[in-house]
Design a protein around this ligand. Structure first.
Ligand code: CP
Length: 332
């Protein structure tokens, strides 16, 4: 394994093998496995979990890490090819990425969607340009259309909690003050399909996931024996659910048009997960969210603070599965 960019780049058996390694490293720590190795982390967007969990994972394996957050103690960076750099950015990623890679044994890059051109974002145009600049093993720490480390942690969390492999996984759209990227919902729906689950995407009219995202999940479901569908019917979706996975995302219909998107969202205040959403779910139904989550906009206090919520465990498992990813990238 030389790159960890998307779960779809791997067979289901390879992902299960990686999850097995994560569980072994969790139970039997190897504090010197990556001694002397350096991880370079380039964050073009903010983070709490990804930053802290990668640094912690590397330290727990005996390695160290370098964090670059352009504009915060580091030169602001230009990402556009052909840009005339007479503005705030003093450095171009075309130099910055290979320079950072030259100091490191493995790199992670976070670069969210531009949010203007849906086709370009789904094609990962920007992240591919960055990946081409890096000659070291590389991890996607969230790109325009994929957040594979989150997906892997979510899979591990469901395994730990004995959520049935054939269980019902409901990815539900939830409210947010502005349009958010498609990376987490796309990865979550694909991951659950790859796990073999009955996947239902619950969302209001106008927030259907792009066809490309659904087709990718459907391909994974065909191979795993799972299924994938979309609905606007909340009662039908939630009945018997084993997992309610909440996520905010922008309307693909109005991609890059903030005003039209806001108009579509203005009457959707009831898309905030409350305890009442769990009346007909499986009694052990879990609530999942990748975090950060806006309390009482996306999810009510009563759910986040209640016994169904496993959001902190998901975040902890980011560190666990990333230890396995780093181990595989650096030790094979
Ligand atoms: N879930 C997640 O990636 O969190 P951060 O954005 O804080 O890294």
């Amino acid at each position: 394994m030389n790159r960890f960019l998307d779960l779809a780049d791997f067979e289901r058996a390879q992902i299960k093998d990686l999850l097995g390694l994560a569980a072994r490293l969790q139970q039997h720590p190897q504090p010197n496995a990556l001694a002397g190795k350096v991880l370079g982390l380039l964050f073009l967007n903010p983070s709490l979990r990804t930053l802290a969990s990668f640094q912690s994972a590397m330290m727990r394996l005996g390695g160290t890490s370098v964090v670059i957050t352009p504009g915060q103690g580091t030169w602001q960076m230009e990402t556009r090819l052909g840009a005339i750099m007479d503005g705030a950015a003093a450095e171009h990623v075309r130099e910055a990425v290979p320079v950072l890679a030259s100091y490191c044994d493995v790199m992670g890059i976070r670069m969210f969607a531009e949010g203007r051109d849906l086709a370009a974002d789904l094609a990962e145009t920007q992240f591919k340009m960055m990946a081409d600049l890096c000659d070291k093993p590389l991890v996607n720490m969230e790109s325009a259309a994929s957040h594979p480390c989150q997906a892997l942690a979510d899979w591990h969390t469901m395994d730990e909690l004995n959520v049935p492999e054939r269980g019902k996984f409901v990815l539900t759209w939830v409210n947010h003050p502005r349009a958010l990227p498609l990376a987490v919902p796309s990865s979550a729906v694909h991951m659950a399909a790859m796990r073999g689950m009955e996947v239902v995407v619950l969302r209001p009219e106008g927030f259907e996931l792009p066809q490309q995202v659904m087709e990718k999940a459907e391909r994974a479901a065909r191979e795993s024996g799972g299924s994938v569908r979309e609905t606007t019917d909340r009662n039908e979706a939630l009945a018997g659910a084993h997992v309610v996975y909440a996520k905010e995302w922008g309307s693909p219909r109005h991609y890059g048009d903030d005003e039209a998107e806001a108009r579509l969202r203005q009457n959707l205040g009831d898309w905030c997960v409350t305890d009442s959403w769990f009346r007909t779910t499986d009694p052990n139904c879990r609530f999942m969210h990748c975090l950060p989550a806006r309390r009482n906009v996306a999810v009510a206090d009563e759910v986040l603070d209640g016994p169904r919520s496993v959001v902190v465990r998901e975040a902890y498992n980011r560190m666990v599965v990333q230890m396995a990813v780093l181990y595989r990238l650096l030790r094979g």
